[in-house]
Design a protein around this ligand. Sequence first.
Ligand code: FAD
Ligand code: FES
Length: 511
Amino acid sequence: MQSNAATTSLWTATAQIPANPPLAGDTETDVCVVGGGIAGLTAAYLLAKEGRQVLLIDALDVGAGETGRTTAHFMPPDERYFEIVKRLGVEKAALLRDSFEQAISQVEAIVQNEQITCDFRRLDGYLVPAAEGGADIIDKEHAATSRLGVDAERLLRVPGLEWDTGAALCFHRQAQFHPVKYMAGLLRAIKRLGGSVHGGTRARELASSHEGITVTTERGAIRARAVVVATNTPFNTRVIMHTKVVGYHSYVVGMKVPRGALAPFLLWDTADPYHYVRLDAQEGEQPYDILVVGGQDHKVGQDGTPQHRYDELEAWTRQRFPQAGEVVYRWSGEVMEPADGVAYLGRAPGEKGEVYLITGDSGTGMTHCTAGAMLITDLIQGRSNPWVPLYNPARKPIHSMGEYMMEQANTLAQYTDWLQGGEVSAPDRIPPGEGALIRDGLKLMAVHRANDGRLTFLSAACPHMGCAVHWNSGEKSWDCPCHGSRFDIEGNVLHGPSAAPLAKVAAGKHG
Ligand SMILES: Cc1cc2nc3c(=O)[nH]c(=O)nc-3n(C[C@H](O)[C@H](O)[C@H](O)COP(=O)(O)OP(=O)(O)OC[C@H]3O[C@@H](n4cnc5c(N)ncnc54)[C@H](O)[C@@H]3O)c2cc1C
Ligand code: FES
């Protein structure tokens, strides 16, 4: 199964999704879905179920993106309800609550109707205080959830753990599942309903008019009445969405715990960035389950040697869960953070035709993406949907201007890389299996040395908007610190918004 990163998640190690053939030339369809993660697959499934002719394409293949690297907690919004009430008001916060509850119920219904064996279960999720100011956050969130009628209660501590968490907020009827098994089930159902699915087919451009939309791919052009861009971060808008969405890298460790030592639970804390924990009960004869712990986030492209983040997660876990044994998984992935804490789901701004977006789903992509697919299905089917004003992708982040300006300043600062020298003076300074930036006159080159010594010279200029990419030794990729594009050692796109690869360049005096 394909993946957009070098590390292997628990999910891709324990389940497979069948490969899908590339598109074979120009074609027409009713709805074209671009992207085969939870967002695109759910949209394709719901639309196919309503009788639409659906064609889904993926640059790599179904499941190759962040849904294969998630931890799949179905939990309340990352941005707490009390913050949402403060920024957007009670009415919109109540819409958010509804959309989250309905998204979980939608997934539950799909699992039942399609008989998808994906370890879906409802369970309690606990928000616990991190050291500083945590108790105050729990109190404020408790007040907001009571006001909004969220099914939550305040407890003196999380039950069943040796770790005394302190007063916690328990959210009832949250959920978890195995994301790769779920995507495999959705894919099967889409095909049964007559949908076509193509891997190895990257959308490069999208041209929309009132008459229809053309998606240009490497394998042919697709003419469609409506297009759903579900590529995690949109490839079709150059600027308009990318100042409002920021890519963060998040890290996960999976550690063995004796089977049955812990009952399944979800937990996350009030730290920023926060830690998130779940238990994955293993199948078969093994005498252990896997405790999955994530966190240690940073902006994409802004930590080239992130291995220490896994060690920090492991240390955090051992302090709180004495049952934790051997570390058997370490993986990372990209999370798209929206400026105001709410995803962008709905009609794409700036497009004349029926183009829809699902992006900015933050650390709650399971619910946000499912809600997005439900909302867009309603719009394509000509039905109204109450969540439209909440999630409108054209909205401006006026209620979170401080955070927005800070992110913009951080992005602008990345362009000063072009004024710096390289990171090393010559390719022989690059260890085998690693990469570094080398200056050659006015050129900044991204140079990789393979284990056998072979050198690859690429332009360091990200094709999206020209920031200099940085080497990520954890995932063996070139990552852009501005809007989160990522590229492999040959320059091929692993994650957008760039739809074009890094340019190959001559080695110059380093050849
Ligand atoms: C470490 C980690 C932990 C997380 N934990 C949670 C959690 O506990 N709960 C939660 O709800 N969310 C969590 N998230 C977030 C969640 O995983 C994501 O929000 C969600 O998976 C995004 O789904 P998606 O369908 O939008 O994107 P993806 O799954 O990335 O799918 C997008 C697809 O589009 C394809 N594509 C990209 N560009 C193109 C193009 N130009 N043409 C064609 N195809 C293209 C890609 O190949 C990819 O397959 C986590 C994320 C990470 C990384
Ligand atoms: S992702 Fe925007 S400049 Fe690289």
